[in-house]
Design a protein. Sequence first.
Length: 573
Amino acid sequence: MALQAHSPEDLKRMLERIDGRGYPAYRDLEGEYRFPTFVLTVEHVQSDPFAPPSRFRIDIPLQTTGIPEELYADPVRRTAVEDFILRTAAQNLRGWRQKRGSGKSGLIEILEPTQVVLPRSAVEIGAKALTVRFVVGLPARGRTVLGRQAAEMLLEDIPSWVESSFFWKAMNHQKAREHVALAVDQDALRRWMSAEGLVAFVGDGSILPRESGQSDLPLRQGAIPFQSPPSLRREVRLPSGRMVAGMAVPKGITLICGGGYHGKSTLLRALEQGVYNHIAGDGREWVLTDPTAVKIRAEDGRWVRGVNISPFINNLPYGKSTRRFTTESASGATSQAANIMEAVEMGARVLLIDEDTSATNFMIRDARMQALVAKEHEPITPFIDRARQLLEEWGVSTVLVVGGAGDYLDIADRVIAMESYIPKDVTGEARRIMERMPSNRKAETAGPLPEKPARVIRGLGHRPKPGEKWKVEAKDLHLILYGRERVLLHAVEQLAEMGQTRAIAACLRLLSERADGRKNLAELVRELFREVESRGFSAWSGSRGCPGTYALPRPYEVAAAVNRLEGLQIKEE
Ligand code: ADP
Ligand code: MG
């Protein structure tokens, strides 16, 4: 990389010089170019027109952008305005691609955000500058440099895109301010929830169902807007002055019951995603969940490494230990137990569970089964007998969808019934039924919970030898390649966009170097988040510069990937 900055004229001359030469001649472009209002950095040039496109970066001094300081004065506003700018910039590129030769020639592309508002590496506001990261397909005919087309792209198209996307004078001021005001209100609502001891809030009028299993857009036709039951309805005035009313779910054990197809799972899925802020028009702008909430499900077949699942599973056949439980293929119940213990280890204070995706024997053992199979022969202490302790001893609340297991009424603090997509508070009715029809099951609690888990990590498995080329790479939203190993994240349901998976892959690479048997997993992950907060995404990227394709995951999902590694090594106590 060139140390001294060049001028746009230098760039023009370079492109004239390499015109008609072989593609590798583009390598000469790597370096910095000072345009009148921004600095363009060519960070990495692709090896040929068909390879992943070249990585570019733009830096604009914050004052030069003209963006009012109050729009990025704190992390909440900053993330919102970054998100707004990225959406504008992506919009301005949409449908714009000009084919300028072979392969990816002519491509200019920036990350496409989803419905959630997240910090992303594509647009970052740092202490002094706005940084934009995107990719460019440097044009070629066959494998021959097309210098004139490249000059058009780099000296005309990119500068005009930059002018129309990253300067306040070109932005829609009202929309920008509304985008930030929404995030500020969402943040205020979250703070209010935390002060009031609430774990979830679902605003009246919210549209929870999605267009389809493949689309995160709101269902357009026939969606019944959410309407809170009067007994759980709360109303708040937010900083913008708007009033928001909705269903407030307090800490404790909350059941969502109701007939099949009445919208239970849809409500729970909205709560799962409520750990993120959504953009206006999503329908879930006012569905907010405690940010530490983790979806828990059965995941048979997963790897488990040294997890203490003894609160739920004990006395396995042939004395297999469950205090440091390890397996290459967990059962439904053991996987669900491990998922809970791992979430708690990372600090989860709310568990979100759907009967649809749970192991029945993990959730419940009814009176007849208790009579038939003596406790001595049943390794499982079902969740129903631990949920109250999780709350009282560890401060962990549960929101649980149940359609079938009526015994759960015994342990619920409140019961919400979904009826044709409208929730009713049926807590009183549930109490009367419990009195009339006792479940007759015996609680199977086996002593207090152990200490909260905190496993010290010795290593993540594969350690590259010096000079060895190995990749850690996100393949799709729910799959990471870690060297040759496939890290399956299909059951990690709170990943919202692939940029998060890419960032998790980057975290795995860093953790593979750092895990040395001294720190526990939560500490290691917290350290990573402190770094990204203070230094931005370049803290997580390797020596080849930061790609513009990262989005911030949560610590829970980073840990979930670590926990699914085949070679994860836990220090013996
Ligand atoms: P359950 O878990 O109670 O069986 P689901 O949540 O899976 O039900 O919902 C069943 C169907 O109803 C889904 O296709 C879902 O998209 C749709 N649905 C859910 N909530 C609403 C709503 N508020 N308005 C319209 N359709 C909805
Ligand atoms: Mg369901």
